[in-house]
Design a protein around this ligand. Structure first.
Ligand SMILES: NC(=O)c1ccc[n+]([C@@H]2O[C@H](COP(=O)([O-])OP(=O)(O)OC[C@H]3O[C@@H](n4cnc5c(N)ncnc54)[C@H](OP(=O)(O)O)[C@@H]3O)[C@@H](O)[C@H]2O)c1
Length: 270
């Protein structure tokens, strides 16, 4: 297994939702400095502009790109062909490519980028806090080492054994934060229906998610055990769980269908 080694400088292509989250994670963990970084994004947001003020090169000229030892592809899956067209011929042969794009296979990317070694990573936007989640796959040791060097400081990482599993990881953790936010939104709405003011419903729904997640993290206990500690027999939580987890038509089936839909879409994007 390769050690985590992050070749620098780094060229980040796409500073949108995920690219900016990564920039925030670099800032918190300090493993990538402004002097290590070039950013390509024609309409850079606040985060990329902050990095540029601190010394990162924003939209450097093509004759600078060959300096990059690691290229991060953080554009939409539909956008990578255009990136390959402009980058090809301007990269040094030993540059590794780390793609965070859903769906697009390493083999396809490597062909599109003149044979460069590629690693695929499926991160969560939680990397912005320095504590995200990232699934990593590569069959090229140098690309795997770079991907680990990029993400291990700012995410709990899982090294996948096969590339097929990247689509599965996309459906679980890449898209997963949105499932959790959708649940918080639903809990907030239900709180208002149950008679709380908007602000109280909002604070309680969010606070419940954050405190439950902290407990899950801090105790390392299984969800069933944590549920058992909240739900006493014949009590209010049990009444709710009978509805939420109704066999055959409850949360398990709904989450399974949602993950299957995301998995299918990830495969289509490839
Ligand atoms: N967001 C997530 O939670 C998440 C999680 C896991 C993986 N991903 C993957 O991460 C990738 C980016 O997603 P996102 O949500 O960050 O999308 P996004 O917010 O649309 O960001 C993409 C960024 O790339 C820029 N861009 C597009 N074409 C470019 C080019 N040719 N050169 C330079 N910059 C270019 C876009 O600029 P314009 O807006 O000006 O076009 C935009 O700022 C996707 O492939 C997605 O599958 C996202």
């Amino acid at each position: 297994m390769s050690e985590a080694v992050l070749p620098k400088p780094i060229l980040l292509i796409g500073a949108g939702a995920l690219g900016s989250s990564m920039l925030k994670g670099f800032r918190i963990r300090g493993h990538v400095l402004p002097s290590d970084l070039m950013i390509l994004d024609l309409m850079p947001g606040e985060t990329a502009q902050d990095w540029a003020r601190d010394g990162a090169q924003l939209n450097p000229q093509p004759d600078e790109w060959h300096k990059a030892k690691t290229v991060i592809l953080a554009v939409k899956p539909q956008g990578w062909h255009a990136v390959a067209q402009i980058l090809n011929g301007n990269l040094s042969p030993d540059t590794v490519i780390v793609s965070v794009m859903a769906g697009v296979q390493a083999r396809v990317l490597s062909q599109g980028f003149s044979g460069h070694a590629v690693a695929r990573v499926m991160p969560t936007t939680g990397v912005a806090t320095g504590r995200g989640v990232a699934s990593i796959y590569s069959d090229k040791p140098e690309a795997l080492a770079a991907a680990r060097g990029l993400f291990e400081p700012m995410a709990a990482t899982v090294l996948l054994k096969s590339e097929d599993q990247v689509d599965s990881a996309t459906a679980v953790s890449g898209s997963g934060p949105a499932y959790v936010y959708a649940f918080v939104r639903a809990l907030e709405k239900a709180g208002k229906e149950a008679g709380l003011s908007s602000s109280h419903a909002r604070d309680l729904a969010r606070g419940t998610l954050v405190s439950a997640a902290r407990l899950l993290d801090a105790t390392g206990e299984e969800p069933d055990e944590l549920i058992r500690k909240v739900a006493s027999p014949g009590g209010t939580t049990e009444a709710a769980l009978k509805v939420l987890c109704k066999p055959g038509e409850g949360l398990d089936e709904l989450v399974l269908a949602a993950v299957q839909a995301a998995h299918q879409r990830a495969k289509e994007l490839g």
